[in-house]
Design a protein. Structure first.
Length: 134
């Protein structure tokens, strides 16, 4: 079973708007066709469905624009002036130097071959070729 999408509202503002109509919250809830505590729950949670907002507009003559909170959409800012260009260049140069140091370390590092002692025989040098292996 799916749940209806809810929208953020200013519950206190909606409650005050309903009270200015001369109705109490339980009376307004019954006028909408809900239980007595329907609108008090909507105001308490600060969330309302589209159907609820339509009923409030039709039955109580309160447009949703008066209490609906617009959802802010996150914008991806791709403005090049967000950071200091000089500091970005310096940061990139520092990264480049670090990468070069790592590459140089890898090239200079001599890796030595390890010898393992096996529990059932003579030590085996993994770096040598053994004529016994074929």
């Amino acid at each position: 079973m799916s749940r209806a999408r809810t929208y953020p509202i200013d519950g206190n503002k909606l409650k005050n708007l309903i009270l200015t109509t001369g109705l109490t919250l339980p009376e307004a809830s019954e006028r909408l066709g809900g239980s007595k505590d329907y609108l008090s729950g909507v105001c308490r949670t600060n969330k309302a469905t589209a159907q609820c907002m339509s009923l409030i507009a039709l039955a109580l003559s309160i447009p949703k624009d008066l209490y609906l909170i617009e959802e802010k959409k996150e914008e991806v800012v791709t403005n090049e002036s967000d950071g200091d260009p000089q500091s970005i260049i310096e940061l990139l140069q520092a990264i480049k130097k670090s990468v070069e140091k790592i590459e140089k370390y890898i090239e200079e590092k001599s890796y030595e071959q390890k010898t393992f002692n096996l529990p059932f025989g003579d030590p085996v040098d993994c770096g040598s070729t053994d004529d016994r292996l074929g």
